[in-house]
Design a protein around this ligand. Structure first.
Ligand code: SAH
Length: 247
């Protein structure tokens, strides 16, 4: 089968890494797992070795969907869907997500996960290493990293070299486990995203050029600081104060 670049198809062929992803998910009897981007089913087959009750695979490429449907297992459901916009909560109330993500859509899929956090306590995803590190809060920060870390606790599990994929990507990959924070603030995530993208625009500018100075002081933030210097807690505090003042 010809693999398609446009779909970000790099199949994971390392038995060891596949095993690690499945173990990190800690699937218990009766659980419902959702796999994103099943491809030819390498991870799918491994997931089916756990005591899960149901495995739903979301796959965008109809050719891959046909391949996945060849796997005979009555716990398996294969849906030809786009994981960047699929409403995960339609599938159930307690889902574990897993996937060797298509790198061109990984950010959008992660954003979509946050919108559906009420039904996803845990996700284990393979990313481009650099993207995984940014989500952890290392390196250059962007709104998505703060967005994710407001609601999930990311943990870096392992680095995966290109030779473990077919065809090999040009970059290193990294596996993240995202555990939902049970004490996350009850924010309207869409509105919070709008706020974050606004304060992250023109990163080099001091915060006082983007938000009222008295608000920054109230939140305990130095008005001459730049957006990248803030903690997740400070973003939440600023957002909440802004909402209270109706701005
Ligand atoms: N899990 C497989 C394949 C990973 S490659 C393995 O490890 O071998 C990424 C897969 O995601 C490809 O099969 C690709 O077709 C699929 N994909 C790409 N964009 C997608 C999207 N938006 N929603 C769901 N699947 C997608």
């Amino acid at each position: 089968m010809r693999l398609k670049k446009s779909f970000g198809q790099h199949l994971l062929i390392s038995e060891g890494v596949l095993k690690k992803i499945v173990e990190a998910l800690g699937v218990k009897e009766g659980e419902h797992v959702v796999e994103i981007g099943g491809g030819t089913g390498n991870l799918t087959r491994k997931l089916l070795e756990t005591p899960l009750r149901k495995l739903t695979v979301l796959e965008l490429d109809p050719e891959m969907v046909a391949k996945l449907k060849e796997i005979r297992d009555e716990r398996l459901e294969v849906l030809n869907e786009d994981a960047t916009r699929f409403p995960f909560c339609l599938l159930g109330g307690e889902l574990k997500l897993a996937g060797n993500l298509p790198y061109n859509a990984a950010s959008l899929i992660t954003e979509n996960l946050v919108y559906h956090r009420r039904c996803v306590p845990l996700a284990v995803f393979m990313y481009q290493k650099e993207v995984a590190e940014r989500l952890l809060g290392k390196g250059e920060q962007g709104w998505l990293s703060v967005f994710v870390r407001t609601f999930y606790e990311p943990e870096y599990l392992t680095t995966v070299p290109p030779r473990f994929f077919k065809p090999p990507p040009k970059v290193l990959s990294g596996v993240l486990r995202l555990k939902r924070k049970e004490n996350a603030p009850p924010l309207d995530a869409k509105d919070y995203k709008t706020f974050l993208t606004r304060v992250f625009a023109q990163k080099r500018k001091a915060l006082k050029n983007k938000l009222p100075e008295e608000l920054l002081v109230k939140a305990g933030v130095d008005p001459s600081a730049r957006v990248e210097q803030l903690s997740v807690e400070q973003f939440v505090k600023l957002y909440e104060l802004l909402k209270q003042e109706g701005k």
